[in-house]
Design a protein around this ligand. Sequence first.
Ligand code: PEP
Ligand code: MN
Length: 267
Amino acid sequence: MASREVRPEPSRVNILDFSAGAGSVGFIAGPCSVESEEQLMSSARAVKAAGATGLRGGAFKPRTSPYSFQGMKEEGLKLLAAAREETGLAVFTEVMGTADVDLVASYADVLQVGARNMQNYRLLEAVGQSGKPVLLKRGASATMDEFLLAAEYILNEGNEHVMLCERGIRTFESHTRFTLPLASVPYLHRRTHLPVIIDPSHGTGHTYMVHDMSVAAVAAGADGIILEVHPDPPNALSDGYQSQTFDEFSRTMGRCKKVLAALQEDA
Ligand code: PEP
Ligand code: MN
């Protein structure tokens, strides 16, 4: 169902002012984790002012260590919903297990399935049944066939609103946290009609690389990017080393919009 052979025209996902696919490029930004009202609201206002149409923020966090911050859970979801009320941004947040799907879906606009859960087939079916748009992240060791078949589990439940997110893969290389293959954009566009979103934050793991890889993703034809932005990255409770400040994000947005305008002029 994800295949171009089944549906030759690119599909688009629309939620509030957010739009990705078939010529629309969506910009999603916000903190890795929701940490407090002040942290989330200031981030939401800043990314909105810079031109984002989606707000990201984890309330349920899949942390490598059980001793790391696990997220604010429902309190975090409430803050995300409040941020949507004020800014109009579409809320993207992760759901980690089937037991949480109804709860997360009652607050979020888009359910994020994280890299670690890309092959959690029961979860894929449950988010499919929720009817909510889904951002499916590529597993760090998943092949493209496995990624596309994971999307198929969601589509098979009658949910057409699926976006694929390339967030980097595990390789022998260690100069970046993951290796971010931008060739995934033309490759996936050839195989599937689904929108393709790039995550340069997790894909590189270094704030200084995020700007250039964001611009490159847009130039490569991505249907959207998702970026981690924090009011005070050095003191973030997760992923501060790959988070942009508000000013850095604003500069990246400006550059991406210029590239988009140049591409559209050429088309
Ligand atoms: C995240 O978006 O903060 C996250 C945990 O991403 P991933 O599932 O790609 O590691
Ligand atoms: Mn993160």
